[in-house]
Design a protein around this ligand. Sequence first.
Ligand code: ZN
Ligand code: FE
Length: 257
Amino acid sequence: MVLRPIPAFSDNYIWCLHDGTDALVVDPGEAPGVLDWLAAERVKLKAILLTHHHPDHTGGVPMLREATGAAVFGPAGEQLPEPVERLCDGQHVQPLGLDFAVMHVPGHTAGHIAYYLHELDGAPLLFCGDTLFSGGCGRLFEGTPAQMWASLSRLAALPENTRVCCTHEYTLSNLSFAQAVEPDNTDLNDHIRHCRQLREQNFPTLPSSIGLEKRINPFLRAHLPVAAQAASLRSGATLDDPVEVFAVLREWKNVYR
Ligand code: ZN
Ligand code: FE
C-alpha cells in the first residue's frame, strides 16, 4: 500500500492510499492535486472518505465523483455533497478490501467521525480529520470541552503505534503552544527540533503516532498534574478535573500567538 498526503490550500493534507490499482482519498477539499496524483500513479479512485462537513474537507467531492465515479462515505447528520453513504459509530466500511472502523468523535463538529484501520503493513492507521492534530486538536465549533475530551481520550486509547493522519500541517504552531504549557517536557523539545528540520525541507510532520502524541500533545495530557498546574496558573483557579483543564487549555490556545 502507498500512503501519501497531498498538500492542498495553505496547510491541508488530503491523505491518499492505493494498492497499485485502486485508491481512496480522505477529505478532498479540492480536486486538482488528487486527479494529478491518480494519473501519475495510474490508479483508479474507488472511495472518498469524509470526516466532517467543512468545505476545506469536502470541496473537491463533486469534481472527483464526476471524474472517477468513486463512492463517497461520510458522517451521519452532517450536510455533505450528496449522494453519501452515511456512517455511525461502530460501523465498518471496506474500501479497497480494507476494514475501517468508524468512530464518532464529536467536538470540532457535532457529527465528526474518524476512520481506524487495525492493521496495514504492520501498524494501525487513523484518519482523524480535524479532531486530533499533531501537538494540538481542532477548535470547538459545534461541541463542548467534555465532548472533545471524551473524543480525544478514545483516540488516545488506540495502540501507541497507530499512525495518526491529521488533515492540517499545524504542527509547529501547535508545538509552540505546547511548549508554553510544558516548558520542561524534553520529548516535546526534541520533537520541535525534529519537526523544524522536516519543515525546512518542506516535508510533512505527519503521520504522527498515538504514542508520540500522548507524550507531547497538551490536549491529550489534560488529566496529568503538569497540565493541571499550567491551566490553574493560567486561570487563577485550582483545577484538577481533566475537562476543566482541557477547556482552559483550548481557550488559551485560541488566543495564543
Ligand atoms: Zn474542520
Ligand atoms: Fe479543516
